[in-house]
Design a protein around this ligand. Structure first.
Ligand code: ADP
Ligand code: MG
Length: 697
């Protein structure tokens, strides 16, 4: 079905009054080509300027309009010079804080003046504050009426003012109003009835220009039916785009990897343990995939310590037996080294040399490794991002294994596919210890097949977690001394987020100096990101060999490090880290049979949410429970670790609020792909964008 000529998805933005070629060009750069695109540029949030609220009723984080009289104004010379204006309205008081202000402004903000202000409520030293609020002086009774509808706040970029967006959307809504049929309804009528979806045009109008009565629902956690309508379509479009990508990724040829099973059998015989039932099941799934002549795209999830590495090694042997090469990639040097050591220990006795390529290999060494990969003399290489680089070429790459994929983007994952030989692309196995709640996984990773190692090897004892204020640091230090005195080993993790890596390393060095002074009898090591790889390796090896009692580290040890004798983990400033990250760190202990402990130290005062979060870790050792709670407390972006990379960002859908829609959307996606293929492309283009990679159907 081709879009009809006068539909809004075909109408250029220049059809709007006042939008000339220049504006069109700028919008083009934002991926906005048509009037439809403007209609689907949806508000991120709303401000409620429709009523004045009593100062006594404002809450932290509110965006509120308040009105009150100035009791006093003063200039404070603290860390930063600021003008503080004390405002009260009989129900409460708060402070307006200005860091930049003119003499005239200061003079106008005098005692007795009545102000109407709008701003975000923040915590101040003595009371709530509005920092740099919008404000105007008003007389008693003569204040202009507040705004009539909620104020939409649009996502925007540098140079595009909110007013511009409001103007553009206003005009686009005007066109829609003139001819509601100009916006194509792609969901078939029976589908709309089955899910009781309100009309699309009406939902758009409400979301862009919500009447005051809609405000509470719109801004609540539950959302408004208009948002649900749009979210449903958005999740559907997203699901369709991933299905399309997935189908396309599988359409290309891949080498079927079937060997005689001899190497795998030998490794399994050499292992000091039996695979768990879960490991065996997942390995079976992988082997089945590898035998296909189209590429495997499989995500293996397993909680920390569930034994993913050995599954990866067996998958690698499977490929090697079939005469192909394997690349294993890890996100950090430390983790890559750890894998290299494991793989060497397992594969070298079978006569397989393990290649090693990291960022620090330069010049001749690097050239030598590349040469051998290119000639097919190395059948497996372990490395970091260095493996992505253009000059890395393989003779017969059959399998790519990526550990902790959430650290890599979809793009990097796709880039690796280019490294196959001829037309064939390698199979891909992705491992992650970040448990992803099911609904989130179905949405974020719908292009991958999913395997879960949902069982820990036998004999593990759960880690006992305590949460302590850092005022009790001395007790913690004494505990470390006692534990190490009994032959146990401990980690001490220093955290600093949102600071430079240099500062993190400095913090770890300071802690090391201080702890060395406090614990003269212990053998102490230090690892952080700024040490030379060689030094890091030495320290880690010494810790692993039991030559060090206490290892002080930054969060570089978060993933992968495996020292079964370590049974005590101290994490400083735990409140600053995400739950998933804390769970990862904690997973460094509890790997042997001894009873392990984790101490989460925080710097008081601890806010309510932070208390709740640390409480989750105290109460559960199950990564999936932790992840689900993390999702509930902090939202999907944080859980997936994609906030920075900007993947999985929805315009209106909210994976927490809309969780229950996901299974319906999945089912509907199947249905549309089977029976209504003509709507798939248009829906994807509407919501996911014009990016050909997603939208070509
Ligand atoms: P993760 O899934 O966190 O990457 P690892 O692969 O590092 O876990 O495995 C953790 C530890 O458990 C390693 O010391 C590994 O040798 C061991 N291990 C793996 N599988 C089993 C098993 N089936 N039985 C006992 N120990 C196992
Ligand atoms: Mg691992």
């Amino acid at each position: 079905m081709q879009p009809v000529a006068d539909s809004l998805d075909n109408t250029p933005v220049t059809a709007l009054k006042g939008v000339g070629p220049k504006s069109a060009e700028r919008l083009e750069r934002l991926g906005i080509h048509s009037v439809q695109d403007i209609l689907f540029h949806l508000p991120l949030r709303y401000q409620d300027r429709t009523r004045v609220v009593p100062i006594g009723s404002v809450r932290l984080g509110d965006q509120a309009v308040v009105e009150g009289d100035i009791d006093a104004a003063e200039i404070r010379f603290g860390k930063r010079r600021s003008l503080l204006v004390h405002l009260s309205d009989g129900t409460g008081r708060l402070v307006l804080r200005f860091f930049h202000f003119s003499a005239a402004q200061k003079a106008a903000l005098a005692k007795g003046v009545r102000l109407r202000c709008f701003g975000e409520v923040r915590n101040g030293p003595a009371s709530y504050e509005l920092v740099h609020p919008e404000y105007e002086a008003v007389g008693l009774g003569d204040a202009p009426p507040p705004e009539q509808s909620l104020t939409p706040i649009y996502p925007t970029t540098e140079g595009m003012h909110q007013l511009t967006w409001r103007d553009l959307t206003e005009k686009a809504l005007g066109l829609l109003g003139k001819d509601p049929d100009a916006l194509r309804e792609w969901l078939p009528e029976p589908v709309r009835q089955r899910y009781r979806l309100p009309a699309l045009g009406q939902a758009l109008l409400q979301v862009h220009r919500p009447p005051p009565a809609m405000g509470a629902a719109l801004m609540s956690d539950a959302g408004h039916p208009a948002q649900h309508r749009l979210a449903f379509e958005e999740l559907l479009a997203h699901q369709l785009s991933l299905r399309v990508m997935r189908a396309r990724a599988r359409k290309v040829p891949a080498p079927p990897l079937v060997g005689d099973g001899e190497l795998c059998a030998r490794l399994r015989a050499n292992l000091p343990f039996m695979l768990t039932a879960a490991q065996a099941r997942v390995l079976g799934q992988i082997e089945q995939d590898l035998a296909n002549d189209h590429p495997m795209l499989r995500l293996v999830q397993g909680d920390v310590g569930s034994g993913k590495t050995v599954v990866a090694a067996l998958a690698a042997l499977h490929a090697i037996e079939a005469g192909h090469q394997v690349a294993l990639m890890a996100p950090t040097e430390l983790l890559a080294e750890q894998h290299r050591l494991n793989f060497e220990a397992w594969l070298e006795p079978l006569g397989i040399e393990v290649g090693w390529l990291s960022g620090r290999h330069k010049g001749k060494t690097r050239a030598g490794i590349l040469e051998r990969l290119n000639r097919g003399e190395l059948s497996i290489v372990v490395g970091t991002h260095a493996l992505f680089q253009d000059d890395v070429a393989f003779a017969a790459l059959g399998l790519v294994i990526v550990d902790e994929q959430h650290r890599f983007g979809v793009h990097q994952r796709l880039a690796l596919r280019e490294k196959g030989s001829g037309d064939a692309v390698p199979h891909q196995l992705i491992m992650t210890a970040t448990p992803i709640p099911r609904t989130l996984a179905m949405t974020a990773y719908a292009d991958l097949d999913l395997s879960v190692i949902d069982e820990l090897p036998p004999g593990r004892t759960p880690v006992q977690t305590v949460v302590l204020a850092d005022s009790r640091r001395d007790e913690v230090v004494a505990h470390v001394e006692r534990a190490c005195g009994e032959g146990r080993q401990a980690y001490w993790v220093c955290t600093l987020i949102e600071e430079s890596e240099a500062l993190q390393c400095q913090a770890a060095e300071d802690a090391a100096t201080e702890l060395a002074a406090a614990l003269p009898t212990l053998r102490i090591g230090l690892v952080h990101g700024r040490l030379k790889a060689k030094q890091k390796e030495q320290v880690m090896a010494a810790f692993k060999a039991g030559e060090l009692d206490l290892l002080i580290a930054t969060t570089v040890i978060e993933v992968g490090v495996d020292v079964p004798n370590a049974s005590l983990m101290i994490i400083e400033n735990a409140e600053r880290l995400g739950l998933a990250q804390l769970h990862q760190l904690r997973g460094r202990v509890g790997r042997g049979a001894v009873h392990s402990h984790c101490v989460l130290m925080y710097h008081p005062p601890l806010g309510k949410v932070a208390q709740q979060r640390l409480g989750v870790l105290r109460e559960s050792n199950d990564g999936f429970v932790v992840a689900q709670k993390d999702l509930e407390i902090r939202g999907p972006g944080e859980v997936l670790g994609t906030r920075q990379t900007g993947e999985v960002q929805f315009r209106v859908a909210d994976l927490l609020r809309d969780q229950a829609m996901v299974p319906k959307v999945q089912q509907l996606a199947d249905e549309l792909l089977a029976a209504h293929r003509e709507v798939v492309g248009p829906l994807i283009r509407r919501w996911v964008g014009h990016n050909a990679r997603y939208a070509d159907v």
